[in-house]
Design a protein around this ligand. Structure first.
Ligand SMILES: Cc1ncc(COP(=O)(O)O)c(C=O)c1O
Length: 399
């Protein structure tokens, strides 16, 4: 076939047709530094008490970073276990070839889901005798022990056996021949609150309850059951919370959940949210920008239109409250954030052009914008910011 040329010399046939051929950096994307995850895990592990294991919490697609990528680098950094929220997340990691033990932190309650969990060598979290019986039955059928973790509620009032009944139920569960209790754990509700070290805080009361429970069940030293309680905040607070394993999410991704940051810890954010400038226009004074005309220019204003919006996961309530970085300079976002675009005031810059890259989250030179900053401005938490990014933003590994 003859190739068609235009009078401008384009060869139209050389351009791709398929979705997979579209440059992921053509519009807006998330860059993930796998090595930052690896370094964070390594560094956090130096803070652990002796022999304490590190479970990398990679639920919600690795807090929006890409669960497989995070798992691989966390394992390189020394994570010995992984935590996911759902059966599907666990099965997906197994299908990608991840071999480490995986705990499902959510609740599986149907026989079908528990069988799938068993067949994929995923460990479910068990919060009732009913599910223990199902697991025992499954183990018996397949002629193996079904590995699982028991969860006890110490104050979160979410999943877990009732604290007051646990001892009695544990005695019964121990007699089930076809299950293997790999772990016993609980989850803290308020370890990132400023008062967490105060003896009367919820965190300390939960810790006391957990201790009481451990005394009651009185596991002997040779017992292989892993005891775990700490999330990132509790892990960073005090070795008292470490036991045999810690379950770490946020700090592994490079953000401290504690307001008071340990000076000896230099966590490195692994995520960069980047966007291309799609259009540039200059407006006269007194011209309104975006839906609702909430921003009106007070001077001649040069605007960059960025190809990212709330359909990508940037909260709309950040409209007019955030800044964007270009070459170590900050530029304010103006007007309402729309579904697919937002406007930035770039008055005075001659460097920014259509096709330039700007940074919404991440750093350049000495300028940094973090999900913690966004969370403060939009009255939420950094966990929610990270998990809100949609699949329209392709994740690109940069090392
Ligand atoms: C049961 C459980 N353990 C550990 C974590 C990790 O928490 P963080 O991200 O604060 O380290 C979570 C996250 O929400 C969780 O639900």
């Amino acid at each position: 076939m003859q190739t068609r040329q235009t009078d401008q010399g384009f060869n139209f046939d050389q351009y791709p047709t398929f979705k997979q051929d579209i440059d992921p950096k053509q519009r807006a994307w998330i860059e993930v530094k796998g090595k930052a995850i690896e370094r964070n895990v390594r560094q956090l592990r130096t803070k652990l008490s002796k022999n304490c294991q590190f479970m990398a919490v990679v639920k919600a697609d690795g807090y929006g970073h890409d669960a497989k990528l995070v798992s691989d680098f966390a394992i390189k950094g020394g994570a010995s276990q992984l935590g996911v929220a759902t059966l599907k997340e666990g099965v997906k990691l197994r299908a990608c070839g991840v071999k480490k033990p995986i705990l499902i932190l959510g609740n599986l309650y149907t026989k079908r889901d528990l069988i799938i969990s068993f067949k994929n060598e995923l460990m479910p979290t068990i919060s009732s005798i009913r599910e223990c019986l199902i697991c025992n039955h499954i183990g018996k059928h397949f002629g193996f022990k079904f590995s699982l973790h028991l969860k006890v509620d110490t104050g979160m009032s979410r999943l877990g056996f009732e604290f007051d009944n646990f001892f009695q139920q544990f005695e019964k569960i121990k007699s089930f021949e076809n299950i293997l209790i790999e772990g016993i754990y609980s989850h803290l509700s308020s370890a990132d609150e400023d008062n967490a070290l105060n003896p009367k805080s919820i965190t300390q009361l939960q810790r006391l309850k957990f201790d009481k429970l451990l005394k009651q069940i009185n596991l002997d030293r040779n017992n292989k059951i892993k005891i775990h309680l700490a999330n990132s905040a509790a892990m960073l607070l005090n070795k008292n919370f470490h036991f045999h394993m810690v379950r770490v999410g946020l700090s592994m991704y490079g953000y401290s959940p504690l307001a008071k940051i340990d000076k000896n810890l230099s966590l490195e954010p692994a995520l960069f949210l980047k966007v291309k400038v799609a259009f540039i226009r200059t407006i006269e004074p007194g011209v309104s920008v975006s839906y609702g005309g909430k921003f009106v220019s007070s001077r001649k204003t040069k605007l960059a239109v960025l190809s990212i919006g709330y359909a990508d996961g940037v909260p709309r309530n950040l409209s007019g409250k955030i800044k964007v970085i270009h070459k170590n300079k900050l530029f304010p976002q103006v007007g309402s954030i729309t579904m697919d675009q937002m406007m930035v005031d770039i008055t005075g810059s001659n460097e920014i052009k259509v096709g330039s890259t700007m940074i919404l989250l991440g750093s350049d030179g000495d300028k940094t914008i973090s999900p913690i900053d966004w969370a403060k401005e939009s009255d939420t938490i950094p966990w929610e910011i990270l998990c809100s990014f949609k699949n329209r933003l392709q994740r690109v590994q940069v090392d």
